[in-house]
Design a protein around this ligand. Structure first.
Ligand code: BV8
Ligand code: ZN
Length: 237
């Protein structure tokens, strides 16, 4: 299977990659639904929502400050690095990530979109202010330097629409690809996961890398069971 996947990837002109929290697991970033659950005592579904922020912005910022602290200490793993190598050899490459940890950019990927935003960016709840801010921790209630309103993390919360331009770019790329490599995602969160079914519908070859079967396994042409940090480098070398 590895050989078949390697051939398909190395001989294709157009390749898209969809990554989820599993690709950062070996860097030490907890996944959302993994055995250790997400972020210890915090329940992401309760906190990563506009309602939670409305109700208790201090608690939501505590959650994000804690995740920023965890993520600041980790670095890209061999799976992230393999995608940088892949980008160098595939003529038409796009990385579509659900992750907000910024590890793909840190590893060196350039041609990519972040469907759910980036934890290192903050935006104003009132004006257009949007900036990268890597200070750790941010004040418990950070305010906008332009209009003094409350700042929020520049991530897409549950119940919020994805940035239409970002989603359109991902859909357009998914609609014309030869191969879609799906790495480390439970394929549960929508509309990101629907990109896998769209690629299948458009005739792409679906290759999945995960430590266990997922919702997408039934439509994957090749499912490679194993850790992304161990499997992915074998596909690229
Ligand atoms: C929206 C940022 C509506 C925040 C995140 C149908 C259509 C549309 C929406 C919905 C729908 N059904 C349900 C919904 C609502 C919801 C949703 O999908 N809920 C799920 C839980 C059912 N969707 C939304 O709310 C979306 N918004 O649709 O709004 C709308 C439309 C128009 C106008 C107004 C409103 C927004 C979704 C975005 C939420 N934000 N992140 C933050 O991070 O703080 S999503 C969050 O989950 C992360 O981004 C994460 O990446 C993502 C997906 O999870 P995974 O990445 O897959 O991670 P998970 O832990 O689940 O799985 C890890 C996998 O890795 C596992 O399979 C594991 O086996 C594997 N693994 C582990 N270790 C390894 C490994 N694999 C390989 N190697 C390893 N070492
Ligand atoms: Zn402002």
């Amino acid at each position: 299977m590895i050989k078949k996947a390697r051939e398909a990837i190395l001989h294709c002109r157009r390749l898209r990659v969809l990554t989820g929290a599993g690709i950062s697991a070996e860097s030490g970033v907890p996944t959302f639904r993994g055995a250790n659950g997400l972020w210890g005592k915090y329940n992401v579904m309760e906190l990563a929502t506009p309602e939670a922020f409305q109700r208790n912005p201090e608690l939501v910022w505590k959650f994000y400050n804690w995740r920023r602290e965890v993520i600041a200490k980790v670095k890209p793993n061999p799976a992230h690095k393999a995608l940088v190598d892949l980008e160098k050899i595939i003529p038409d490459f796009l990385l579509i990530t659900q992750n907000v940890d910024g590890l793909h950019q840190q590893a060196g990927n350039k041609n990519m979109v972040e469907l759910h935003g980036n934890i290192w960016w903050v935006k104003c709840t009132t004006c257009e202010y949007l900036a990268q801010d890597r200070s750790i921790p941010l004040p418990s209630l950070p305010t906008c330097p332009k209009c003094s309103s409350l700042l929020r993390p520049n991530v897409v919360w549950f119940g919020e629409a994805l940035d239409p331009e970002v989603l359109d770019k991902a859909i357009e790329a998914i609609e014309n690809t030869e191969v879609l490599l799906v790495i480390g995602t439970s394929a549960v969160v929508q509309p990101a996961a629907s990109l896998i079914w769209l690629a299948k519908e458009k005739g792409a070859l679906i290759i999945e890398i995960n430590i266990e079967k997922t919702e997408a396994s039934e439509i994957a042409d090749i499912t490679l069971l194993g850790k992304a940090g161990e499997v992915l480098p074998q596909l690229v070398k």
